[in-house]
Ligand binder design. Sequence first.
Ligand code: HDE
Length: 712
Amino acid sequence: MPQKKKAPSSQLAGTDTLDRRNNSRKHEQLDAFREDASGEALTTNTGVRIADNKNSLKAGERGPSLLEDFIMREKITHFDHERIPERVVHARGAAAHGVFKLYEPLAELTKAAFLNDTQADTPVFVRFSTVQGPRGSADTVRDVRGFATKFYTSEGNFDLVGNNMPVFFIQDAIKFPDFVHAVKPEAHNEMPTGGSAHDTFWDFVSLQPESAHMVLWTMSDRAIPTSFRAMQGFGVHTFRLINAAGKSVFVKFHWRPLSGVCSLIWDEAQKLAGKDPDFHRRALWEDIESGDYPEWELGLQVIPQADEDKFDFDLLDPTKLVPEELVPVRKVGKLTLNRNPDNFFAETEQVAFHVGHIVPGIDFSNDPLMQGRLFSYTDTQLSRLGGPNFNELPINRPVCPFHNNQRDAIHRQTVNKGRAAYEPNSIDAGWPKETPPAAQGGGFESYPEPMTGIKLRKRSDSFSDHFSQATLFFNSMSPHEQEHIISAYSFELSKVERVEIRARQVNEVLANIDMTLAKRVAANLGLPAPKGPTVELAARKLRASPALSQANLLPGNIKSRKVAVLIADGAAAADIAALLAALKKEGASAKLIGPTAAPVTGSDGKPLVPHGSYEGLPSIAFDAVFVPGGAAAAKALAGNGAALHYLLEAYKHLKAIALCGEAGELAKQLRLEADAGLLAGKDGKALLAGFRKAIGEHRVWAREPKAKQVPA
Ligand code: HDE
């Protein structure tokens, strides 16, 4: 219920100056709850104005505090209870508001209003997360990322609670607590924070071969994205869509980032976890504040009901994806994140997603993982948010009307009028009343799927091939992606203390995915080479799926890319000006990085004010490095260890580097050979075209073998 009406958000400071016409419906509702204390008196919670907020009430200046100090007691009591339990998984997250816009009506597929109205601006709230680590853990750990979207539609909230990988570790919800207990920090010493490189995780997954495919995804570059905006999203399960005539199709939901799909280098990810644990949330925040809004397209893979059995896997098995070469992804709309939350706790922490929040025209499938989730997500909010009224929290409220006979419970905010909280009733004329199912705007109706069966605990035989798609994924990777996977398994398993667990993973899982993978990892662990697969592998119709490789998912532009410009006294102002103009044209940006935060003097005698120092804003925070010419500046950099390390690290991480004019000498000093991404010697303007091309390719993969020799 609205409590306080303050100035409309458009008149408030900070993020409120941004353009947000697109999501006004949710924000009009939230405005009623927003609190702006500027110009207001400090009061207690009951509205009493406070005269002294610095001293507690005492018996004499140096005497004991008095119990009657209701002002201090209220303040400290509230403080004592500020924390709520963090999410049992996906505790670490960041979120933003946005809008979803449909490209064309999908009436043939679904009656859902928001998927039929191209004029509607459907407000959304999206929360990204890691899975394993606690609220305060680092953003760049090797992990799955949550990608949860709440659509506030005219027919109720639809939550698409997905991940950045299209499959999952287990097939049946009953295994989820086991899986989570295995991956979480170990029970005896609560280590490690944020990652899966430890005994209990590998013990579990090596005994649970259905995890093979998903573990391969988490050992791939997908588990260390450069940013949230560079991730795909997937609904994972097969859902149903139902049209107005009652016809149903199966569907897989996809999010396609317009920034392309890009990842960190593992060394970068590890360093960032220490140097900027907020790396991903900071980028999301800053991009939105600067008006560089992250965007995704919603994609659908539609599978006619008649085709349910046409695949060599079961559509209900969440460890399988539907290759895009078999069922193409149809792009149906665009999501734009265009507003940061006003308050992290009230919005990002209190938002409650639930796979069971669907609207007419969308329905569940019998995927046994999804079925279990339908129970879990409400249940978990009861302990996390304290009771069943969490839907009344501002961030969770639908923007359409909502009325029913549910009453009371802790922290109830709605003041329900009327006497009859039951149905049927005659006292309140029968209100609120049911809506009969109808094509549009009607009451929710489950898809009338015929059901028969005996009660049993059994996994369907159609769920038993655990390796074919893992092999498909490995085959589909480019050579450098395969190398990263081999390194990731070798790194993770080297942290496992028990040799028998390492060997089990290599011999009983990896050997069934790919023998080269298994042998290379075995060699890195000093284990005997596995003899061969331990299970008979099913015939594989598809050898590779190019759509799975990130090498094929670059955006084709350099929008949003970030360049570090290393400056020192005497830096060539013309080079900097040429770079900034070129980047601006393409929606990319640059930051000036100096020896310290103090201004330096450019070649034109004007001050250059750094955004940060070589140590404070390291190369790992950027996509590329640019060093302007100027003899004095090049000399200063040549004698500065932090600057030299900056360049070595950028080189090691395969980034585009432009060393203009005299700065070209730095390459010689560091013995770095010119390549497609290391451009040296000419003035800034002459280097720009090559520099832009190298940034567009994201990394200089050909440099990778050489970069391994670099001590940075
Ligand atoms: Fe979740 N999951 N999950 N999960 N999940 C939660 O709900 C659960 C699964 C996902 O930003 C919890 O509110 C079970 C698959 C995301 O707030 C909890 C099973 C996928 C988020 C829960 C799964 C997900 C969660 C913890 C197996 C990808 C973060 C706090 C049956 C499709 C949402 C909460 C946010 C959060 C249970 C499996 C994605 C405990 C039982 C598969 C993105 O309810």
